[in-house]
Design a protein around this ligand. Structure first.
Ligand code: NAD
Ligand code: DAU
Length: 354
């Protein structure tokens, strides 16, 4: 079996669902069920013996040691993290704890387990660390996209904590020989994304007739990738990636935020028209994110060259599927917009109103 951490979150849940659609290899899913973790994401696996869920923290060394000893996973796919930049600005401590200390704890537990293995079992073991393009910093308008050789220049508490975790993963390979792989991916979108991130927030707010808060001038650029393509890339890297290497994963799909928001509005106008007028009337410029990175773009040629991976979805097909999913799953959105979600919205957007 494989051990997945953070498999009740957005990308982790998509990965687990895709994995078990494509193979019968069981998944041991370790997740602390923070505000971002949601077992509803995995409802389709209820009663499926191939999915073993463990409610626990990646900082809990005793628990992880026990899971390795009992389940003997052949690989770890490590998603668990605090993932939202705005939350890292309000409260960086959780990011250092989960992203740095948690990754360290997992690496140490994996190293301890791996050192007990022998022969083929030892040679086949993998630790795949899922990371982000944000570790590379921010690009100017004419800079080339991030290659794997780009120096790290993290600018937010989130990206600094992810960069620290990437460095630990690298060091555990270099020093101890732990068979690691790292992926650095661009912005994902798709089903089950928590509506604190740009695309699901805009969909949820537009459907509720609420303001669509665009930070700054709306011209910050992100490289958007459909989540299913990210999951496929991770499967390829896990199966055939070269040990100790990092692979950048991206959509070849750079777009300014304002264009994303207009696309969401236009699709909602088509699929769920609002009698009050076009959804774009709700666009509202608000105070910028402190330290807001201007542009991310991924050079994904290495993973294509070495592993033959390319995104299967275009932005047009991916965003249409995503909006259709949110329209069909408004109960899911209502459930995650709990009391703590409302507190977050007030905290993050209340102070931007001026
Ligand atoms: P998410 O916030 O939706 O999910 C994170 C999951 O981790 C949740 O289920 C949460 O309960 C769990 N978790 C948090 N702290 C934990 C802890 N201490 N122990 C165990 N579980 C814990 O995040 P996501 O968007 O799915 O991102 C998953 C991974 O992919 C992260 O490592 C993130 O840095 C990386 N990534 C995300 C994106 C993106 O666009 N969302 C892009 C590139 C890389
Ligand atoms: O690049 C990969 C990263 O993408 C991941 O590592 C992170 O986990 C993920 O959260 C995402 O980070 P971003 O900060 O780019 O994503 P977010 O959805 O928060 O914001 C996307 C852009 O939209 C960014 O330029 C900020 C802007 N934005 C965001 C929100 C939530 C707005 O203009 N208004 C908003 O309300």
């Amino acid at each position: 079996m494989i051990l997945v951490t953070g498999g009740a979150g957005f990308i982790g849940a998509n990965f687990v669902l895709d994995w078990l659609r494509a193979s019968d290899e069981p998944v041991l899913n370790l997740d602390a069920l923070t505000y971002a973790g949601n077992l509803e994401n995995l409802a389709a696996l209820q009663g499926d013996g191939r999915h073993v869920f463990v409610h626990g923290d990646i900082c809990d060394r005793a628990l992880i040691d026990r899971l390795f000893a009992e389940h003997r996973p052949r690989a770890v796919v490590h998603f668990a993290a605090e993932s939202h930049v705005d939350r890292s600005i309000h409260g960086p401590g959780d990011f250092v704890r989960t992203n740095v200390e948690g990754t360290f704890t997992l690496l140490e537990a994996a190293r301890g387990y791996w050192s007990t293995l022998e022969g083929e079992e030892k040679a086949a073991f993998r630790f795949l660390h899922v990371s982000t393009d944000e570790v590379y910093g921010s690009l100017g308008p004419n800079d080339p996209p991030f290659a794997e050789t780009k120096a790290f220049e993290p600018n937010s508490p989130y990206s600094a904590s992810k960069a620290a975790s990437d460095h630990h993963v690298r060091a555990w390979h270099h020093t101890y020989g732990l068979p690691v792989l790292t992926t650095n991916c661009s912005n994902n979108y798709g089903p089950y994304q928590f509506p604190e991130k740009l695309i699901p927030l805009m969909i949820a707010n537009a459907l509720a007739g609420k303001a669509l808060p665009v930070y700054g001038d709306g011209r910050n650029v992100r490289d958007w990738l459909y989540v299913g393509d990210h999951c496929a890339a991770i499967r390829e890297v896990l199966a055939r990636g070269r040990l100790g290497e990092t692979y950048n994963v991206g959509g070849w799909n750079e777009k300014p935020n304002l264009e994303i928001v207009h696309t969401v509005c236009a699709l909602l106008d088509e699929l769920r028209p609002d009698a009050a007028g076009p959804h774009a009337r709700l666009i509202t410029y608000v105070a910028d994110r402190p330290g807001h990175d201007r542009r991310y773009a991924i050079d994904a040629r290495k993973i294509e060259r070495e592993l033959g991976w390319r995104p299967a979805e275009t932005f047009e097909t991916g965003i249409r599927k995503t909006i259709a999913w949110y329209l069909a799953n408004q109960d899911w959105v209502a459930h995650v917009q709990s009391g703590s979600y409302r507190e977050w919205v007030e905290r993050n957007y209340g102070e931007r109103r001026a």
